[in-house]
Ligand binder design. Structure first.
Ligand code: HEM
Length: 509
């Protein structure tokens, strides 16, 4: 009796029992029902955990056996698909039945608030409308292109020093810093100067990256709510990081609002960064502004840095493709002599020149096919449904499509699916052609398709054309086979150590 009273007054015991009851309840109610057809069971969450470090390859192997499969889970049904018809159905045809739901929102809202990545319905529609208007403005396009170029020049200067001193360096780390600087400048109009080692910038970036990783861990830790309640373990760490982020972001927002309200200065009122533009249209709610900007940073930073790192890795593994990319850049920029100053080379790079670089576009797309920044994208099913393959999904099930596995499916890309072949994206005139977004799903598809796709390619092409126009890249260990680190995005695992030499042979053929 004494023991049970003690236990009942112990919050960990009470919450633990509550969790077990929820799991048991869900187990009984969320399992496939008799008489209905369901997808074959591929594995259980236990298998996912034991294969955590190579999870995307494990899930790809399962997808080779079954295009779509279920994972046994005590919490809710989970369906993973690589079938383009199912993907089209959940992302477009029956879009309203699949969304973030409370499950995804609960996990992400501490960091991302009510930003575009966490909400559904009217809240999402409203943000999508405002953001897409913002993304299509010339002012943002011009400002972002100048910002990307300036930060690439800074990056190029670091590479020049490395080339002169035969130094080996981690290009992944530099891409992470440079893209954070760019996205911060475009988002807030502020020089974070991570690349230059600014202390406040480095502190903010570290807190942001850690908070992002810790948020992802909630997806595999069924006890995260208990830890959050008691503010222990990874949840305590997450809270600390979010505090650092919020302090910094709210300070910037407050300053911006004051500046814009007080100043009649024409220059200030014409600011091009996204925060200023939202303040200008009279959205002065700091929480709303915080959520918009943090979602924008999350959307824009990691995918660019990740895609650039895998791109450089693939080009080092395929030097003949690196040469071909560089040849096209040199032809398009019309640079005839060796230029030693990166800024001088960058002066030849413009939207007009990058538009001509069809092979570069194809090589970047081919990289993203094999290493999509978001390897798995989950949705919650809002009401019982039947997918185009005739199988049932239940209300509350998580239904996920898998861009990483889909990029490796022979039934989608042919027998050479695993090969790095930019040519597959070119027509007979050498012009880039799109694939169905339900096969090439790296940017999602349907009404919630990535808003920043053009923005991303503009940035990727500016960085690539300046860096590959000036330097030849080599892996420090040419035999190294790079793997990924399991996280929400497909980061390269560990440093990407490379050396660079100055590119010669600038004569136009
Ligand atoms: C290679 C680069 C990129 C890739 C592969 C990529 C991929 C994706 C994917 C898969 C989604 C859907 C995520 C979800 O289900 O919530 C998405 C959404 C989004 N992306 Fe991108 N993205 C890239 C770059 C960018 C950039 C640079 C920006 C802007 C700065 C951006 C802005 C957005 C926004 C605002 C959404 C939310 C759309 C909505 O929910 O309506 N993306 N992106």
């Amino acid at each position: 009796m004494t023991i049970s009273v003690d236990l009942l007054s112990n919050p960990v015991f009470v919450l633990g029992s509550f969790l077990v009851l929820i799991i048991f309840h869900n187990y009984l109610h969320k399992q496939p029902q008799h008489g209905k057809k369901y997808h074959p069971t591929g594995a259980s969450v236990f298998h996912l955990l034991t294969n955590y470090n190579k999870i995307h390859d494990y899930m790809t192997d399962l997808a080779i056996k079954y295009k779509t499969y279920r994972i046994l889970s005590p919490l809710h049904g989970i369906v993973y698909t690589t079938d383009p018809e199912n993907v089209e159905y959940i992302l477009k045809t029956n879009f309203k039945n699949y969304g973030k739901g409370n499950y995804i929102r609960d996990m992400t809202s501490d960091l991302l608030g009510d930003g575009i990545f966490t909400v559904d319905g009217d809240q999402w529609r409203e943000q999508r409308k405002v953001s897409s208007q913002e993304f299509s403005t010339k002012i943002l396009r011009d400002f972002s292109s100048i910002t990307f170029k300036n930060n690439t020049i800074k990056l190029g200067k670091i590479l020049s020093q490395a080339a002169d001193s035969n130094q080996i360096f981690d290009i992944n780390d530099l891409f992470m810093k440079a893209t954070m600087d760019s996205i911060f400048k475009v988002g807030f109009g502020i020089e974070l100067d991570n690349l230059g080692g600014n202390e406040e910038g480095v502190r903010f970036s570290r807190a942001f990256d850690d908070a992002n990783n810790l948020t992802y861990k909630r997806f595999v830790d069924v006890t995260w709510k208990i830890k959050k309640f008691f503010n222990i373990g990874l949840e305590a760490e997450l809270k600390k990081n979010i505090k650092i982020i919020d302090e910094f972001v709210y300070k910037v927002i407050q300053l911006k609002i004051e500046q814009m309200q007080m100043s009649k200065d024409e220059v200030l009122l014409k600011k091009e960064d996204i925060l200023s533009r939202f303040v200008q249209v009279n959205d002065n709610d700091p929480k709303y502004l915080r959520d918009i900007i943090l979602n924008f940073i999350l959307a824009g930073k990691d995918p660019i840095a990740i895609s650039m790192s895998w791109f450089i890795y693939m080009l080092c593994k395929h030097p003949e493709i690196q040469d071909k990319v560089a040849k096209e850049i040199i032809e398009a920029t019309n640079v005839n002599e060796e230029i030693t100053d990166v800024a001088d080379f960058a002066a030849h790079v413009s939207e007009g020149t990058t538009d001509k670089m069809q092979y570069l576009h194809a090589a970047l797309t081919e990289t993203i096919r094999l290493y999509p920044a978001l390897p798995v994208d989950s949705k919650v099913c809002f009401s019982d449904d039947v997918l185009p393959d005739g199988c049932n999904v239940n209300k509350g099930d998580v239904v996920a499509y898998m861009p990483y596995a889909m990029g490796r499916m022979k039934f989608i890309w042919g027998d050479d699916a695993l090969e790095f072949k930019p040519e597959r994206w070119l027509d007979q005139d050498g012009c880039f052609h799109q694939e169905s977004p339900f096969k090439f799903t790296a940017f999602q598809a349907g009404p919630r398709t990535c808003l920043g796709r053009d923005f991303a390619f503009r940035q990727l092409k500016i960085i690539s054309s300046v860096l590959l126009g000036c330097f030849v890249f080599k892996l420090s260990n040419e035999n190294k086979v790079l793997s990924y680190r399991t996280s929400i995005n497909i980061h390269v695992d560990g440093p990407l150590q490379v050396s660079v030499s100055r590119r010669s042979g600038f004569q136009n053929p």
